[in-house]
Design a protein around this ligand. Structure first.
Ligand code: ZN
Length: 287
């Protein structure tokens, strides 16, 4: 009997699984893959309007609940929390909280991840890119720890108390293509938006993102159904702006994307790419 294929996405916050590559995750769930989300924090440092707090004792509580809703819609096989505290944007006091992910040793985070990899035995592992997408310290910390865990999980000499060695087949980073970000930064001022001060907390400098150009080694063409599932899951993350009407430039981009067909893009770290060909399936070559 053929074993069911398994994928783990290691991310930083409740919502990264949806806002980042939710369509791809939903698409693989529908293809019969067991998809897990390993989430480092409960998004404690997110900005939440008081109206969303009704019935919840803390932001962590609220966002865990939102995550549960999104996981159900995406069809995830499970969500595992690593138990760190959201570090907030770089420079914020949350960075220095002793329970924050930013204060944790990469080795300690990787040890937790190795245990999970050895237990769930994923064929494919995905995480944030090296720059953390938009520079969030938690995204960068998750990237670094995942890298360490991926290459250690198959070596029984490393983390010997974290279970029996298991080596996943492939490691990817979710990336946004350079061209896409360049267009965004160009058209935002036309809508009266400042690309240096983007996002709910106006602390995301999109121009930083166009300074790095990650190679695209895999391009997943998204089915309409996968995008619809992602959009529904996004609405679960209501306190983080999911499901709300997006400002101008997003609508323009959405139109452009819809014309050429929406895709998610990935850099492959392992096995190292031998040429510039783009894979169409993250499980390509997986037995
Ligand atoms: Zn995040």
């Amino acid at each position: 009997m053929k074993q069911q294929k398994t994928m783990i996405f290691f991310g930083a916050h409740p919502d990264d699984e949806t806002f980042g590559m939710g369509s791809t995750l939903a698409q693989y769930v529908n293809a019969g893959v067991r998809v897990y989300y390993v989430c480092a924090t409960r998004g404690e440092a997110g900005t939440v309007e008081p109206e969303f707090m009704q019935g919840f004792s803390s932001i962590a509580d609220l966002r865990t609940n939102e995550m549960k809703c999104a996981a159900q819609i995406l069809g995830l096989a499970g969500v595992v929390y690593l138990g760190y505290r959201d570090s907030g944007m770089s420079g914020s006091p949350d960075n220095k909280n002793p329970e924050s992910l930013a204060m944790a040793q990469v080795d300690e985070v990787a040890a937790l991840m190795v245990r999970i990899i050895r237990e769930l035995k994923p064929d494919v592992v995905i995480t944030h890119d090296a720059g953390g997408g938009y520079g969030h310290p938690d995204h960068i910390a998750v990237h670094n720890a995942t890298l360490k865990a991926f290459y250690a999980a198959g070596d029984s000499q490393q983390y010997p108390t974290a279970g029996e060695a298991f080596q996943p087949s492939k490691l990817y980073f979710g990336v946004r293509p350079h061209g896409f970000m360049k267009i965004m930064v160009k058209i935002m001022p036309l809508f009266g938006l400042n690309p240096h001060q983007f996002g709910r907390n106006k602390d995301i400098d999109l121009t930083r993102m166009i300074n790095v150009n990650y190679p695209v080694n895999a391009e997943i063409r998204l089915k309409k159904q996968s995008i619809e599932i992602r959009d529904k899951a996004a609405a679960c993350h209501a306190s983080q702006g999911g499901g709300r009407f997006r400002p101008g430039p997003f609508i323009l981009l959405r139109i452009v994307e819809n014309m050429r067909g929406q895709r998610d893009y990935f850099t492959r770290d392992y096995p190292p790419p031998a040429n510039k060909r783009r894979e169409k399936d993250l499980f390509e070559g997986v037995k």
